[in-house]
Design a binder for this molecule. Structure first.
Ligand code: HDE
Length: 751
């Protein structure tokens, strides 16, 4: 009736008014999602917008707005509409000629829905397709203000950022734990415009000249005929290229080292790779290399973990980053610089600063911290933020300029060019995630996906019709400065002689590794070359290894069952211990601890362990025989079961009980174990412990369980004790990441 309708409408308004300004409930919280199993069909007052109906977040966790008119994008109200706001009464059926008849061409809702869906995907990035982003805040220490006028480096200046981590080779859906270089790109929304530091987790690059970038990428990506292998360099074309184009050997040894298999994005260093030029308030310039240093230290997975995770949890790094941020274990990095005098030679200690295949050892030029980055917010929408973010090495701010590094020069062209096919036109800087927080007054107009409505009639300079606006800024208005540098020489396609040394720093890296890291490098080369079919390619790469180190070449040759290469004259280099990631003690925030329990374990012991671990900002997960409550009269629930987890998910294991999955036992497992139920522990528990130990993780357990599982209490990483003491021991051990050294068998060279 009309009265009922009026009453309903009044109620709607009242609720809407009360709800205005209220944050909508978080996913999983009461009020969010289904309260009953039935689909809600009763008309009801509009609720506050669901998260996916809210305006895309155009600000950052710090609350800084990007300037996007949020309301213009808002999704509002309780009723389904077309994209043009007309309310709809049905979205389940096409408009048909009769219930069993054909669909009608006039069905505008069907066409809109399907057409939009048909175009939901955009081309993936040509490299770095697979990635994950997060919002954060950068705070300057102020000590770089004498080197650079960049405002965001000022003391206590807070700058919102968006960081995207990535792998390089795989497609968007490939596994996170591939052996690969990782991208570490940061967009600083500074008061003076956007500054992008588009970095990697390795300080050197495969090629010295951008001209060679398509070559190395074509070689590293899948074979063009079968599009395999995905996300890996373990195949002929990659090794064909790097063994011929030997400037790639330095980056290759980094990729074969533990740096190629990070434990977490949170535990990686970042490197700007190129040398940049800073200009200070007095006009003085200096050359710098940028470094990100993670507060949690640099840590890696083992290769076997990577391979298992590729199946068990292909999203391992993405999940790790998201979960750590949700849990409040905000990852942090210090930004640092190595500073060099801006001399005409642009060298330091004989190292060519324009050669992106060279590092400057930290022992020669210490990394000086200049600010702190904290990642404190997950994206609201993966596509709108992590996918649409567009980095560009040419997004610079006053006080930071580029150098003549020929790799960087090509990147200056590539990063905006690639967005044209990826984001569909030249207006991608208007996308919310790319918008600067500084006022924009450009004269760029029109084009695909133009969302601004520009006023005025004179988008040209000079003009009188707009009163001459916009005006050119000078030094006093903080205009960007292309630092004037002298240029001379003939126009040539050539590289300087200093670019010819491809092996001395490669050897330096090898010699800087501890034995366990060297063993991992040997294993990695052996694995990758073992996947190459062409004998010549393997031989050629063995020769390259011989030019790095005799033992390296001999051990890999032995693993391949091939003769070691002849002896080469080796460079005399001083190792840089700073390159090793073994040693030291680090915070344990966000580490995963698996706790294996059964109903015979005292629930109070488990609760006590959980408290200690949670207080230390680690994430303990209970592994039990089945889902749901573990003890009939306790609220503690299993987080994982023997079916849903594997040791590789955890940094450490605490084994308190022996769950037996009596009901669900897989017949194959049964057959293998000769009835898992009656003949001792479930083979999956045995496997978990065995794997964790093989990966040099801490395994903590009671002495009775050590007996039952046949675990040697003296083995590296094994902690035996009362349940009450185990959590503290695990936390202490985790500060060192693993119980190195782990014995990695190296096959004896053939006689
Ligand atoms: Fe990139 N690179 N790159 N690169 N790069 C891209 O830009 C390119 C290089 C790096 O999370 C592309 O938007 C050339 C070095 C990262 O969105 C493309 C050359 C370093 C990311 C491109 C290099 C990087 C990219 C593909 C040699 C470390 C991901 C999609 C001259 C310092 C950014 C895109 C993100 C992405 C070109 C070399 C890092 C095609 C031509 C050296 C972290 O423009």
């Amino acid at each position: 009736t009309t009265t009922a309708k009026k009453a309903a409408s009044k109620a709607v308004k009242k609720v809407a008014k009360a709800a205005k300004g209220q944050p909508s409930p978080a996913p999983g919280a009461p009020g969010h999602g289904a309260a009953s199993l039935e689909e809600p069909t009763e008309p009801r007052p509009p609720l506050p917008p669901k998260p996916d109906q809210q305006a895309p977040r155009t600000g950052t966790p710090t609350g800084a707005a990007t300037g996007a008119p949020a309301e213009a994008f808002a999704q509002q109200g309780a009723w389904l509409t077309t994209s043009t706001g007309t309310r709809l009464r049905d979205t389940d059926h096409s408009l048909k000629a009769g219930e069993r008849g054909p669909s009608l061409l006039q069905d505008h809702h069907l066409r809109e829905k399907i057409t939009h869906f048909d175009h939901e995907r955009i081309p993936e990035r040509v490299v770095h397709a697979r990635g994950a982003g997060a919002h954060g805040l950068f705070v300057g220490y102020g000590n770089a203000s004498k080197l650079s006028t960049a405002a965001f480096l000022g003391k206590d200046v807070e700058t919102p950022v968006f960081v995207r981590f990535s792998t390089v080779i795989g497609s968007r859906g490939s596994m996170d734990t591939a052996r690969d270089t990782r991208g570490f790109a940061t967009k600083f929304y500074t008061s003076e415009g956007v500054f992008d530091l588009v970095a990697n987790n390795m300080p050197v690059f495969f090629v010295q000249d951008g001209m060679k970038f398509p070559d190395v990428v074509h070689a590293a990506k899948w074979h063009p005929d079968r599009e395999i292998p995905q996300a890996q360099t373990a195949h002929d074309t990659f090794w064909d290229f790097v063994s011929l184009h030997t400037e790639a050997q330095h980056h290759t040894i980094w990729a074969m080292s533990d740096r190629g298999v990070p434990r977490s994005y949170r535990m990686m260093e970042g490197f700007g790779v190129h040398t940049f030029r800073l200009s200070g308030p007095d006009g003085a310039t200096s050359l710098v290399k940028f470094h990100w240093k993670p507060r949690l230290g640099v840590h890696s997975l083992t290769w076997e973990e990577c391979q298992l995770l590729g199946g068990v949890d292909p999203d391992f790094h993405r999940r790790d980053l998201y979960d750590a941020i949700e849990a409040g274990a905000f990852p942090q990095w210090e930004l640092g610089v190595q500073v060099f005098e801006d001399t005409p030679e642009q060298t330091f200690a004989g190292i060519d600063l324009l050669d992106a295949t060279k590092i400057v050892p930290e022992e020669l030029a210490p990394v000086q911290p200049i600010g702190l980055l904290t990642l404190g917010g997950n994206p609201t929408n993966f596509f709108a933020e992590s996918e649409q973010v567009a980095y560009h090495v040419g997004n610079l701010v006053p006080g930071i300029d580029v150098t003549d590094d020929p790799l960087l020069q090509a990147r200056l062209f590539s990063y905006i060019d690639t967005q044209l096919s990826r984001l569909g036109g030249p207006n991608y800087n208007q996308l919310p995630i790319n918008r600067t927080h500084a006022p924009v007054n450009d004269m760029l107009r029109d084009g695909m996906h133009q969302t601004a409505v520009h006023g005025g009639v004179a988008p040209y300079h000079p003009n009188s019709l707009d009163g001459g606006c916009p005006f050119m800024a000078g030094d006093s208005e903080n205009a960007f400065l292309d630092v004037p540098t002298p240029v001379a020489g003939d126009k040539v396609r050539a590289a300087p002689a200093s670019f010819d040394d491809h092996f001395s720093q490669t050897r330096l890296f090898w010699l800087s590794m501890t034995p366990v890291e060297q063993d991992h490098i040997v294993q990695a080369y052996t694995f990758e070359l073992g996947k190459c079919f062409d004998e010549t390619i393997r031989q050629r790469q063995l020769q390259c290894l011989g030019r790095i180190d005799e033992r390296l070449a001999a051990d890999v040759a032995a693993g391949l069952g091939m003769p070691a290469p002849e002896a080469f004259e080796l460079a005399d280099v001083t190792p840089s211990p700073a390159l090793s990631q073994v040693g030291g003690q680090w915070p344990v925030d966000g580490r995963m601890v698996g706790i294996v329990v059964d109903p015979q374990v005292a629930a109070a012991d488990v609760t006590a362990i959980l408290e200690v671990l949670q207080e230390a900002h680690t994430t303990p997960l209970l592994v039990a025989a089945h889902g749901g409550p573990i003890w009939p009269d306790e609220t503690l629930m299993a987080h994982r079961t023997l079916l849903t987890t594997r040791s590789v998910e955890f940094d450490a294991l605490i084994v308190l009980g022996l769950p037996i999955d009596a009901a669900a036992v897989n017949p194959n497992l049964d057959a293998k174990a000769g009835s898992a139920v009656s003949a001792g522990p479930d083979p999956r528990v045995v496997l978990m412990v065995d794997e964790a130990m093989r990966h040099s993780k801490t395994v903590a357990l009671t002495s009775e369980l050590a007996d039952v599982l046949g675990v040697d209490p003296q083995a590296p990483g094994v902690v035996v004790g009362d349940p009450s003491s185990l959590a503290a021991s695990v936390l202490e051990a985790l500060t060192r990441h693993r119980a190195w050294p782990m014995p990695v068998p190296v096959p004896a060279p053939p006689a």
